[in-house]
Design a protein around this ligand. Structure first.
Ligand code: MG
Length: 342
C-alpha cells in the first residue's frame, strides 16, 4: 500500500513580505511524500490563512490521509471521491499537495514529465512576473534592482501610500507592470486609482475590491479603463460562471483551487467564458511552483516567482531563460530535485 510522510518546512524571505492584509519574514509549507513501488512522489502545501488553513492542520490531515489513497495510484477519480467524503471542501492546500505528490508519482512511474502527459508544448510557456511587495521607498528601490533580470513586474498596492509608491516605481522602470490590490480598495477609491494607473502603462489590475463586494465588481468593471483579474473572488471552476462580466481574467492558484486537475478545469472553464488565464502562487518553494508551471503552456500570464523570494529553497525545478520565460524541467513527473543533490 502507498505510504505518506509529511514534514513542515520553514523558509526565510529575502525581504519582509507585505501585502494589504499583513506581513511576514518567514513562511512555512508542508512537504508530503507518497511512496509506493520504490517511487516517491513529492507534493507541497502552502495553506492560505485568509481561508482558515494553517500548516499544523494541513500536516495533520495529510499524515492521516494514507487510507484515502487508492491502491492503484493512477486512479485519481477514486482519490477525489475519498477526499470529498472525508474533507468535503476543506483543506484545499492539503488536497493540492496530495494530488501533486500522486501526479509526481504517476509521471515518474511513466518516466514522463507532467506537461507531456497533458499534451502541452514546453515552448509555449509565458514569461513570469516578479513581485514587489508593499514597502518603504528605499526597500522598494532595492527590490527594483533585484528585479533587473525579470521583464515584467507585479506591484502590490492597497494602502494609503499607493500613489507615492507607484510613482516611485514608475520613475525607476519602464517595464510592464501588473498591479494587485489584494482586496485593499473600496469602490470609489478603486475607480479613481485604476483610471490613474491606466495612464501609467499598467497591464491589468488584480482583485481591486473585497471578494465580499460581488456587486461592486460589476459596478467597477463598467467604469474602469484597465482589464480586471479575479483572485480572491474566484476559487474553483464553479465560481467562474457566477462572476461572468465582472472580470476579464482569473488568477488560478493550486492552493486555492485544490490541485492541478481542478486548475486545468478552471483553465478550460475560463476559456469557454472568454476569460484570460493567469497562473499564480502562494509563497511556495520550487516544488509547488514547478508543479504549477507544468500548466503554464495554457496560461496567458504567469506569476510564478515565490521561489525567487526565499533564500533557502530546498528544491531545484523550473528555471527562467534570460527573458524571464518559464523553462520546464525534462525530468519525469514534476521534475524537481533536492538542491544539495542537484
Ligand atoms: Mg492576488
Amino acid at each position: 500500500m502507498p505510504k505518506i510522510t509529511t514534514e513542515i518546512q520553514t523558509f526565510h524571505l529575502r525581504h519582509t513580505f507585505r501585502i494589504s492584509r499583513g506581513a511576514a519574514d518567514t513562511v512555512q509549507t508542508v512537504l508530503v511524500r507518497v511512496e509506493h513501488d520504490g517511487i516517491t512522489g513529492l507534493g507541497e502545501a502552502a495553506p492560505i490563512r485568509r481561508y482558515g488553513e494553517d500548516v499544523e492542520t494541513t500536516a495533520r490531515v495529510l499524515a492521516q490521509a494514507e487510507d484515502l489513497l487508492p491502491e492503484d495510484l493512477f486512479d485519481l477519480q477514486t482519490l477525489d471521491d475519498n477526499l470529498g467524503r472525508r474533507w468535503n471542501h476543506r483543506y484545499q492546500a492539503a488536497r493540492a499537495a496530495l494530488e501533486m505528490a500522486v501526479l509526481d508519482w504517476v509521471g515518474k512511474k511513466l518516466r514522463t514529465p507532467l506537461y507531456r502527459l497533458w499534451g502541452l508544448s514546453a515552448d509555449r510557456t509565458p514569461k513570469t512576473s516578479f513581485t514587489i511587495g508593499i514597502d518603504e521607498p528605499e526597500v522598494v528601490l532595492q527590490k527594483l534592482k533585484e528585479a533587473a533580470p525579470y521583464p515584467i513586474l507585479k506591484v502590490k498596492l492597497g494602502t494609503k501610500d499607493d500613489y507615492k509608491l507607484f510613482e516611485l516605481i514608475r520613475k525607476n522602470t519602464d517595464k510592464p507592470i501588473r498591479v494587485d490590490a489584494n482586496e485593499g480598495w473600496n469602490r470609489e477609491e478603486a475607480l479613481e486609482k485604476i483610471n490613474w494607473l491606466a495612464t501609467q502603462d499598467v497591464e491589468f489590475v488584480e482583485q481591486p475590491l473585497p471578494a465580499s463586494d460581488t456587486d461592486g465588481m460589476w459596478w467597477l468593471k463598467e467604469r474602469v479603463k484597465l482589464p480586471l483579474v479575479a483572485d480572491e473572488s474566484v476559487h474553483t471552476s464553479a465560481d467562474i460562471p457566477r462572476m461572468l462580466g465582472a472580470f476579464d481574467g482569473i488568477n488560478i492558484k493550486l492552493m486555492k483551487c485544490g490541485g492541478l486537475r481542478e486548475a486545468l478545469a478552471m483553465i478550460y472553464t475560463a476559456r469557454s467564458c472568454g476569460l484570460k488565464v493567469m497562473l499564480g502562487c502562494m509563497v511556495e518553494s520550487s516544488l509547488g511552483i514547478t508543479a504549477a508551471a507544468h500548466l503554464a503552456p495554457l496560461a496567458d500570464y504567469a506569476d510564478l516567482d515565490s521561489h525567487l523570494l526565499i533564500t533557502d529553497d530546498p528544491f531545484v525545478g523550473m528555471q527562467l531563460d534570460t527573458d524571464g520565460r518559464i523553462l520546464l524541467p525534462s525530468e519525469p513527473g514534476i521534475g524537481v530535485r533536492l538542491r544539495n543533490q542537484a
